[in-house]
Design a protein around this ligand. Sequence first.
Ligand code: SAM
Length: 272
Amino acid sequence: MTQFAPHRARKRFGQNFLHDPGVIDRIHRAIAPREGQHLVEIGPGQGAITQGLLASGARLEVVELDNDLHPILLARFGHLPNFTLHKGDALKFDFASLADDQPLRVVGNLPYNISTPLMFHLLKQSAQIADMHFMLQKEVVQRLAAPVGGNHYGRLGIMVQYYCQVEHLFDVGPGAFSPAPKVDSAIVRLTPHAELPHRAENPGILEQVVREAFNQRRKTLRNTLRPLLDADSIAAEGLDPGLRPEQVDLAGFVRLANRLARHSGASATQKD
Ligand code: SAM
């Protein structure tokens, strides 16, 4: 096996390296990469997941920010024809530019400090993405997968569920990492919808309505949405203005956003 220099984990890069072979194997089985597929790994680190992905014969491109890890990755995998290293920031990376005849399968044990903006960066490019498998804080996965009415249901889950089917696959304890994080983790699968089940005329307005609604999650829609839509407008979309935001499903929020989009500008809160 190739020898490589010991690396000190850096907090600012969200570095918690996986070392538990059982967990790594479970991740590989969840992803199930196949020869001929086109994968992208975000934050390969020292290659804990990378090695098994490459062994499948799939094409693998990795995006790593930490310059100290580049020589380690090249020493381990640089000779393999199916491996490409991109040195840089995944938040600025143009993932769609990698897509060719094969849609991308994106994977990563993500740096937790940037996981939410990174997911939204990827969702903007979801037309080129077949699926995504991420290790995230367990609490974030619970929010992503939250059904309507539950404690974890809110802005993050609604906006991600707008674009993707979300599956909470399994949990991973802190002991699987070095150094061990202070929180539990979980693996999630995000599969972009081939066709959006509920299409917002303007996703920016959907985001605005959901953000406003959950600003005060104990209040009713009538109160939280007052700056955007009045009670009659809410009722006209088939929703009781006395509901709390966590009782409104994605389809309901999309109807409210489409109403606001149609009435946006000076008359955003006017009735028909
Ligand atoms: N995949 C490795 C593993 O499972 O052991 C490392 C996971 S570690 C939680 C996160 C990785 O993402 C680190 O290698 C870190 O350097 C890298 N990283 C942090 N911020 C990044 C960014 N903005 N773009 C690309 N990689 C980043």
